[in-house]
Design a protein around this ligand. Structure first.
Ligand code: HEC
Length: 194
């Protein structure tokens, strides 16, 4: 008589820390970050229009910024409320126009890319885990030094792990659900309510 062996329980291969990351940050031999060429096909997080950190309003037409993240890191954020190693978040700056074609009011994105900045989490490479890069039309860029204000503002005010999740509406609920909002951000929110 044939005996039928019971199938062993299915093993889960995905560990909590290892993310199957198809979009890894790539570097040149001298350590510059290579601009991810396909970032426009990544997950869209948000657009800011004319966002400014100083009290004085900027002059001229406001600029748009568009933010994208690699799809594996997006899915991991949804699962855990924070970013895995090898996350890349791209901020693309574009100009705006108000009157054109049939448009009479409001602003639409117009013209080319004014600049691209990338925030990368790569713990083996960067002290503190994260580094910033600014691309000025080139295909690779040097790391922005840690003394730059990028690091201090993001560390002090970014809602999750030095990133501005408070401005990414599809992600904020997952940070709330997993209680990953930074203590500094929660304090700021509390103050704003008073
Ligand atoms: C005074 C605060 C402040 C400073 C200084 C600052 N940023 Fe940001 N940054 C922000 C805010 C606010 C956002 C969210 C933008 C949005 O919602 O469109 C952001 C978003 C970003 C993002 C998208 C990923 C993320 O971390 O949320 C990148 C990339 C970025 N900034 C790069 C830079 C670089 C490079 C510098 C330095 C040259 C810099 N930032 C300096 C406030 C700051």
């Amino acid at each position: 008589m044939l005996s039928i062996a019971l199938a062993p329980p299915v093993l889960a291969f995905a560990s909590d820390t290892a993310v199957n990351h198809a979009h890894q940050p790539a570097y040149t031999q001298d350590g510059e970050l290579v601009l991810p060429a396909d970032y426009r096909e990544w997950v869209f997080l948000s657009s800011g229009l004319g966002m400014s950190y100083s009290e004085k309003a900027p002059e001229g037409e406001p600029m748009f910024d568009n933010t994208f993240v690699d799809p594996e890191s997006y899915r991991e954020f949804v699962r855990t409320g924070t970013w895995p190693d090898k996350t890349q978040i791209v901020l693309e700056v574009r100009g705006s126009a108000s009157r054109g074609s049939i448009n009479q009011h409001g602003h639409y994105q117009s013209g080319g890319v004014h600049g691209v900045e990338v925030h990368v989490k790569d713990s083996a490479r960067f002290k503190g885990g994260w580094a910033f890069f600014g691309f000025d039309g080139g295909s690779s860029a040097k790391k922005i030094p840690e003394a730059a204000s990028c690091y201090s503002c993001h560390a002090a005010h970014g809602a999750v792990d030095t990133t501005f999740v408070q401005f990414y509406p599809t992600l904020l609920p997952f940070a709330q659900q997993h209680a990953t909002l930074s203590a500094a951000f929660l304090k700021e929110e509390e103050k704003a309510l008073k």
